[in-house]
Design a protein around this ligand. Structure first.
Ligand code: ATP
Length: 605
């Protein structure tokens, strides 16, 4: 019966799949759902609830856990300081009644909902659930969102509402891959999705599992899942893997992977997650229309920011801000710059089946570069912008391992993100990570010497580590007068990876008696910590006194970043705990000045 598939049936399947350990059984259950319980007319309505992260028909809900908590508190008419409201707000930390579900928002929410909802199913169909979710996504403010959530709560039981919350958060934790879901649905589903990024089209065209679908090529206007790079550990491994092939090495730019689709004067900017970033249109579309010489074209590349006063690419992270400045017509010395490293479609033809060498030739014919605005990446040519001293290009034909090593070394000196090695004889394949492209990154190289920093605060984790400190805020010392101990510490960065669970537990257990909650903004942190007001920095607990603390040796990507989140003038990208220095007393923590000297001597900013 079309349009009649019940949400409760889908929920039973979710519960069953989640509890089952074996992937074959999970898949069989999903198959049974499709064959026996879901009308083909409802396929899209069902699959978009099963793979919510891939659905682009519905806009964003604007509801991450913290906003969702506030909206649920309103929807349930609870007072903001009631025990249940605090449970929702503090879902990561736990409250007075800390339950086993701390760190798992949907489970904490179902604890709260349990006493307020009936046991029996509300009887909604999956179509009705989708209609409510559509309303939730299109509603503009929290009052409207709360009222729609309130309707949902009235029309569901706790189990159903828990799954709706998981769908809103786009994380179902079913333990079955997207690949398996696609495969069970139809043998051609994954391939069709990869070239269209359109779940509705896949569900509608592939209703009959016994009918194979003719291979479809990419089209202008429909996002394609990008070709990906396989990671390699060093230049030697990369060279060995590409043995005997014609190779190009390129700089790995640190921006946004964007596919530009040009159709006459219409231009789209699709991200890796096939979101259309229309905000890039203001700074870019005119340039694309005038400088891309084919009427219809798809380019693959990286969106970056070019700093016209420094004559170089700006650090990662300012794309949105610069796009907004362009939209608001603000004059600034930074501008969006697109670096096209590939071309996928020209005129009326997909060119992904041509080899990279031929695509480079097309790229050169079709795109007219414009310095600092639109660049192309062609071996030994193109990108006439400055790089590191002595370096003339961002892309190079590599004939030996030495060529790769030298290029990589220059990349490190120039503080770029890494390099990508590409087989010039390869086709461009949607979603492929089989090794046609290899990436090599200088992450976690020692920053010249050990960075021994002091733990000054802690952040609670989620999931398995919910309710426990799982990451640390670390600080640098203010340089003390000779023969005295430091008195103040300056927040530096947040770090959580690098230790085993046991090592992390050992540090957290030692410090737990000295961690104090920090109730922002009522009570500030202890006065011997210098911090910013940035909410991204704010830890959940502060260490009540530095003398009780522990030093961590951290390593990082060699690049530092100018920090506005932390109080120190620089912070680190991808910091990682190398070891815990139980042997080193707290007052031997690295001081800010020494750190700045270190940044400058290791070829800093
Ligand atoms: P990472 O976090 O390392 O960027 P990822 O999972 O986002 O990895 P990968 O395909 O593994 O993506 O790595 C390649 C990414 O590097 C591309 O998605 C793209 O954003 C970026 N990139 C930068 N410069 C290049 C280049 N010259 N060629 C290909 N990709 C590049």
């Amino acid at each position: 019966m079309s349009g009649q598939t019940k949400f409760s049936v889908l929920v039973s399947m979710f519960e069953w799949i989640q509890k089952t350990k074996y992937s074959a059984q999970k898949r069989a259950k999903f198959r049974k759902f499709l064959d026996n319980f879901c009308s083909p007319d409802d396929y899209f309505a069902a699959i978009r609830l099963i793979l919510p992260g891939l659905d682009r028909e519905r806009g964003s809900y604007g509801l991450k856990e913290s906003v969702l908590a506030a909206a649920l508190v309103d929807a349930l008419g609870m007072s903001k300081d009631s025990a249940d409201a605090l449970r929702l707000f503090n879902w990561r930390k736990g409250g007075a009644k800390t339950g086993a579900n701390v760190g798992n928002f949907p489970l904490v929410a179902s604890e709260v909902l349990q006493s307020r909802q009936g046991m029996s199913s509300g009887g909604l169909t999956i179509r009705e659930v989708n209609d409510l979710l559509d309303r939730l996504a299109s509603s503009e403010n929290r009052t409207e969102k709360s009222s729609i959530l309130s309707t949902m709560i009235k029309k569901t039981n706790t189990q159903e509402m828990k799954w709706i919350i998981m769908i809103i958060l786009k994380d179902l934790k079913l333990g079955i891959s997207e690949k398996s879901i696609f495969h069970e649905f139809h043998p051609d589903a994954e391939e069709l999705f990869n070239v269209t990024c359109d779940l509705k089209l896949v569900c509608e065209r592939l209703r009959d599992r016994s009918q194979r679908h003719k291979r479809q090529d990419i089209e202008v206007g429909k996002a394609v899942r990008p070709q990906l790079a396989m990671r390699v550990s060093d230049a030697h491994a990369a060279w060995k893997k590409q043995h005997g092939k014609e190779i190009v090495v390129e700089c790995k730019f640190d921006g946004d992977r964007i596919q530009i689709h040009k159709n006459g004067t219409e231009v789209h900017y699709f991200s890796r997650n096939f979101i259309d970033h229309s905000e890039y249109a203001y700074g870019m579309s005119e340039i694309i229309v005038n400088n891309v010489l084919a009427d219809r074209c798809i380019l693959d590349g990286e969106m970056l920011v070019w700093d016209t006063s420094l004559n170089r690419f700006a650090e990662f992270g300012s794309n949105q801000e610069i796009a907004k400045a362009a939209k608001d017509g603000l004059d600034c010395h930074k501008q969006l710059c697109y670096v096209a490293f590939d071309i996928l479609y020209v005129g009326d033809t997909s060119v992904i089946h041509q080899i990279l060498k031929e695509r480079h030739e097309l790229l050169q014919k079709v795109v007219k570069p414009l310095k600092g605005r639109l660049e192309i990446l062609i071996p030994n040519r193109g990108l006439n912008t400055h790089r590191a001293p002595g370096q003339t290009c961002w892309s190079l034909r590599a004939y030996s391992l030495d060529d790769v090593e030298i290029f990589f070394k220059e990349t490190i000196e120039n503080r770029d993100e890494g390099i990508v090695l590409k087989d010039l004889g390869s086709k461009w394949e949607p979603s492929d990570r089989s090794g046609k492209w290899l990436k090599l990154k200088p992450e976690y190289i020692r920053a010249g010497s050990d960075l021994d920093v002091l733990i000054i605060g802690g952040y609670y984790g989620s999931g398995r580590r919910g309710g426990q400190v799982a990451q640390f805020l670390v600080g640098l010392a203010e340089r003390p007068a000779p023969n005295t101990y430091p008195r103040r510490f300056i927040s530096f960065c947040r770090v959580g990876t690098g230790l085993t669970d046991d090592e992390l537990d050992a540090v957290a257990n030692k410090l737990n008696p000295y961690f104090r909650k920090y109730e922002y903004p009522k009570k500030g942190p202890p006065s011997f910590y210098q911090v910013t007001n940035n909410s991204k920095e704010r830890p959940d607990v502060w260490l009540e006194s530095p003398e009780k603390s522990i030093i961590l040796s951290i390593t990082s990507d060699i690049r530092t970043i100018n920090s506005d989140v932390f109080a120190a003038p620089y912070s680190l990208r991808f910091p990682r705990i190398d070891r815990v220095r139980y042997d080193k007393p707290w007052h031997e923590c690295l001081d800010v000045q020494s750190f700045i000297e270190l940044v400058h001597t290791s070829n800093g900013t």
